[in-house]
Structure formats: C-alpha cells, structure tokens
Design a protein around this ligand. Structure first.
Ligand SMILES: [Zn+2]
Length: 369
C-alpha cells in the first residue's frame, strides 16, 4: 500500500467519562530506576532529589551537576517545514477543546511545574502556554489547590496534565507505607473536589522515594531529567540557560516550580524558544506514550535514567507501509480521552483520516507510532 509519510495524532484534550472537567486518565508503564533500596523505609533512590523551594533542604547537587555533559547531538529538528497538520480540515466535535497535532517523528520535551497552584503565577504560566498553543504538566500540592482551583481546571481544559505532588509536600520517602497511603488518599480527596477525579501521576516531593512508595503507591511516579534549580537561583537568566545549554532536549522532562516570578519569566522565554528549536511540548503522559512508546503504569517509576538515557530513536518517515495497526489498539484504561488519528500519505491531497473516540490514548502508545 501507499507509504505513509507521517502520522499525526490530533489530541482532542477533552476528558473522559467522568465529566467535562476531569483530569485525564493515565496509567503508566515503566522502566525502573536506580532504586537502591536502602534498608527499610529510608531508601531514597532517585539520583536527583528535588530540592525545591526550601533552600534549607539539603538537596544534593542539582541534576545538571550530577550528569555528565553530553555532546549536543543535532537532532533533526524540522522546524522549517514541519508538516502543517492544522491544514487538515478537521471537524471539531468539541469546539472548546484545543486541538494539538503531535508528530512522533519530531522531538518532544515535557515542561513540568511543581508546588502550585499559585494564586497568580499558575495563571500566568497558563497564559504563556495558551499563547503558544501548547501544554505542560503541573504537579500540584493538594493543600495548595484552594489557592486557585480555577487555574487547575483551566489547565485541564487546555490539555495540560495534572499530577499529585502529595497532600502537603511531605517527604514520602521517609514515611511508612501506611502513612504514604494516608497522605495520598487525603490528597486525592482534594483533587477530586476540584477536578472530579484524582491524578494517577505522582511526583514525590524532593524526588524522595522509598521501596514502599515505588512498589505500592498505586500511582505512576514521575521525576525529571533536567533540574533548572529555579527554586535555588531565582534567576530567570540562569533558569533559561540551564535549558538552552543542556544539549539535545529530546525526551527530557524539565523541572520547574510555578511559585516564582522568575520561573514565570523564564517560561515566557523558554516556551517559544523550545518551539522554535523544533521541539513539541507535551505532557508527561504524552511523552511516555508517544515518545518512549510505553504505557503509563502504576507502581512504576519514570525518572532520570529513562528520560536521560533511554530515549528511543525518533520514528522515521515513512513510518510503516501498513496503515493503522493502531486502530486495533485495545483500551488499557477505563477513562477514555478523545483521540483523533490522522494518517498522511505520500500522495498529496490523499489522506486517511480516522477518529478514535473513546479509545484511550495510552492504548496507542505501543503501536509504534
Ligand atoms: Zn515540590
């Protein structure tokens, strides 16, 4: 059959079964991490502990200093002539839902913002994302939700992803399994009040993880691969340069915090810069499913070693001579999101358009998109 030049996913980021304002369901798969389970509950394992906004916290070195610098590999960053999928005359079922087109043959980056919501800055970050028609992931502290619940709902409506950052930012890696469960359940309750459902992604405060948390939290644990140290430097220029000087950013998860004006200003610079470099800004779940081609599974840790060292090669175009193997994807999760799949062929003006409604995005991931 005809060769496919490229394949796009148009994600209609509306929500799922539970109602108009639900956090999107995600589940996750995983690869591991360097979990060097220490004895008992103190086994903190992520190599990069999140130091965050409390400068007094003895965060070990930031990620950047832990990582050997990698030579910049010029990725093919097809900014110039990225196929313009928006030209496809799509029929928006839900005009309120923004449509984004993700091309698995192009590099992806996930911006993540922790510790919010902040009464002012979360909305300002959302403004920046909206102006650039893109998204990020927010790991919110449950007891902060009251500060701006509308911003959190707005984020979901924009297609952003909301993850839990615990109930009140406790060091879960030092807690017993029972205490962890109590903390997460209390957080879930507040998230459910605001969003209608609880997040499945969890970013442990400080990146602190013990064996109990890793294996039985019932969540997908997500850390990061680039620490901008925005909590420490409070300096827009340094935040920006930590990203711009990193090298190849494809597949990376960038740690930021939505509670500093300097981070907002850095975001204002970084978002358009990243887009100009040819990166697609995606949520963490999108990064895992579309770029890493993994299901998002609970009780797995997605962290530094995955994002930093296990980025798969970019899908090549033409991808595959076969059309939508994808269509036979089985849903792996109950809460579906609308996914519109657009296959573009080599023959101009001939495209195959397929809509998968009620299918879980995550079920698509393993299909070699
Ligand atoms: Zn935090």
């Amino acid at each position: 059959m005809k060769q496919l030049l490229s394949l796009f996913l148009v994600l209609s980021l509306t929500a799922c079964a539970a109602g108009p304002r639900t956090a999107r369901d995600r589940t996750v798969t995983a690869t591991e991490e360097h979990v060097t389970a220490q004895s008992g509950e103190a086994g903190i394992t992520d190599p990069v502990r999140e130091a965050e906004h409390d400068p007094a916290s003895k965060a070990p070195l930031g990620a950047a200093s832990l990582l050997p610098e990698e030579p910049v590999i010029p990725e093919d960053t097809p900014t110039a002539e990225a196929p313009s999928a928006p030209e496809e005359p799509s029929a928006p079922e839900d005009p309120a839902a923004p449509e984004r087109v993700l091309d698995p043959s192009r590099p992806m980056v996930a911006l993540t913002f922790d510790d919010g919501p902040h009464a002012e800055y979360t909305d300002q970050i959302l403004d920046i994302l909206e102006e650039n028609r893109t998204v990020a992931t927010f790991f919110e502290v449950a007891t902060n939700l009251h500060k701006d619940p509308d911003a959190v709902r707005r984020a979901v409506d924009m297609g952003c992803e909301i993850g839990s950052h615990s109930y009140r930012h406790a060091d879960l890696g030092k807690m017993s399994q029972e205490a962890i469960q109590a903390d997460l359940a209390a957080a879930d309750e507040l998230f459910t009040q605001v969003l209608g459902q609880a997040p499945t992604l969890l970013r442990p405060p400080y990146g602190s993880i013990n064996q109990a948390l890793k294996t039985s939290s019932g969540r997908a644990l997500v850390t990061w691969s680039i620490d901008t140290e925005d909590w420490l430097n409070r300096n827009t220029e340094k935040i920006v340069s930590s990203v711009q000087n990193f090298g190849n950013l494809d597949g990376q998860v960038i740690l930021l915090h939505s509670i500093y004006d300097t981070t907002v200003e850095a975001t204002r610079i970084l978002v358009p810069w990243l887009l100009e470099q040819g990166y697609q800004l995606v949520t963490v779940s999108e990064l895992l499913t579309l770029r890493f081609r993994q299901e998002v599974q609970t009780n797995h840790l997605y962290g530094y070693s995955l994002f930093r060292w296990q980025v798969p090669p970019l899908a090549e175009t033409p991808v595959t001579p076969e059309a939508p193997e994808v269509l036979s994807a089985e849903p792996v999760s109950k809460a579906p999101i609308k996914v519109k799949l657009v296959l573009r062929e080599t023959v101009p003006d001939e495209s195959v358009r397929t809509e998968l409604l009620g299918k879980d995005l995550l079920s698509l991931q393993a299909r070699r998109l």
